[in-house]
Design a protein around this ligand. Structure first.
Ligand SMILES: Nc1ncnc2c1ncn2[C@@H]1O[C@H](COP(=O)(O)OP(=O)(O)OP(=O)(O)O)[C@@H](O)[C@H]1O
Length: 254
C-alpha cells in the first residue's frame, strides 16, 4: 500500500487555463486541507487526482505519483483512494437500495462483500440497525445518514487515502458535528491520508495537519496548521481566517 500520493505540477485547461502548476502531497496518517474561495480550482484538482476530469477540461502537464512511481489515476480511484462527496444524495442511485450499492462497489473493486467487515463499517459510522439500513433507498435516508453511508463505503473499501470534498456542507449543524467526530475517529483508528476540501476554517482547525490555500487556479500558501492560524501570509489566507474569526466576534491580529 502506498504511503504517499503526490500531484506534481498539474496544469488543467479548458478554453482558458483553470489550474496552474499544482503540486500536493498526501501522506498516510495526515489530513491536508485544500481551501480557497468558490471557483479557485479545488474540485478540479481532486478530479485530476481521481482521473475524472469533466468533459472539455484537459490536463496539459503534470503527473500523479504513488510513493515514487508515476501512476495512472484510474489505478488509484476506489482501490487506493475512496471519496466522500459534498451532497451525498447525488452520489447514490435513487433506484438502488444500500445493499445494492455495497454489492456494486465490491464488484467494481473485485473485493468480496465480507459480511463482518460490512457490519463493522456500518457500526463504525453509527448506522447500527444494519438489516434495516441495507434495505433502504436513498430517498428514505437523511443527508446525514447518506454521508455516513459514504464514509462506511470508504471504510469497507479500506482505501489508504480518502478525498473528502466538502463533507459537511449540506448538513445541519448537529449532523455536521457528528460527521466531523466520525472523520476524527476514522483518522485516529485507521490513519488514512486525507485530502479535505472545505471553505470552513472551523473544519480545518479541527481536522487538518497541513493546509494548502488556492486562489485563481494556483496554490498561494502551503503551511502546517499552526502557521496558517498564527502567521497567515497571503491575503487570501488572511481573508479566510478573518471571515472565520468574525463569526466569533474576533479579529485577525494586524
Ligand atoms: N467543465 C468545465 N469547463 C470549463 N470550466 C470549468 C469546468 N469545470 C470547472 N470549470 C472552471 O474551473 C474553475 C475551478 O472550478 P472548481 O470547480 O475546481 O472550483 P472550486 O474551487 O471547487 O469551487 P467551489 O468551492 O465553488 O466548488 C472555475 O472557474 C470553473 O468555472
Amino acid at each position: 500500500m502506498p504511503q504517499q500520493i503526490e500531484l506534481q505540477h498539474i496544469t488543467l485547461q479548458a478554453k482558458q487555463p483553470l489550474v496552474r502548476d499544482i503540486s500536493l502531497t498526501l501522506r498516510k496518517g495526515r489530513v491536508l486541507a485544500l481551501v480557497g474561495g468558490s471557483g479557485s480550482g479545488k474540485s478540479l484538482t481532486c478530479s485530476a487526482l481521481l482521473g475524472v476530469l469533466p468533459a472539455g477540461v484537459y490536463q496539459t502537464s503534470g503527473q500523479v505519483r504513488a510513493d515514487d512511481q508515476t501512476v495512472c489515476p484510474d489505478q488509484l480511484r476506489g482501490f487506493k483512494i475512496a471519496t466522500i462527496m459534498q451532497n451525498p444524495r447525488s452520489a447514490f442511485n435513487p433506484l438502488h437500495t444500500m445493499a445494492a450499492h455495497i454489492d456494486e462497489t465490491c464488484k467494481a473493486l473485485d473485493k468480496p462483500a465480507d459480511r463482518p467487515m460490512l457490519l463493522s463499517a456500518l457500526q463504525a459510522v453509527g448506522l447500527e440497525d444494519a438489516e434495516r439500513i441495507l434495505s433502504l433507498y436513498p430517498f428514505e435516508m437523511s443527508g446525514g445518514m447518506l454521508q455516513r453511508m459514504m464514509i462506511a463505503l470508504a471504510l469497507l473499501i479500506d482505501a489508504p487515502f480518502i478525498i473528502a470534498d466538502e463533507p459537511t456542507t449540506d448538513l445541519d449543524m448537529v449532523a455536521q458535528g457528528k460527521i466531523l467526530d466520525l472523520l476524527e475517529n476514522v483518522m485516529a483508528t485507521r490513519s488514512p491520508g486525507m485530502l479535505l476540501v472545505t471553505h470552513d476554517m472551523g473544519v480545518v482547525a479541527r481536522l487538518a495537519d497541513d493546509v494548502a490555500v488556492m486562489h485563481q487556479g494556483a496554490i498561494v500558501e502551503h503551511a502546517c496548521i499552526e502557521d496558517i492560524f498564527t502567521s497567515p501570509r497571503h491575503p487570501v489566507t488572511r481573508n479566510l481566517l478573518s471571515a472565520h474569526l468574525a463569526l466569533y466576534g474576533l479579529e485577525l491580529p494586524g
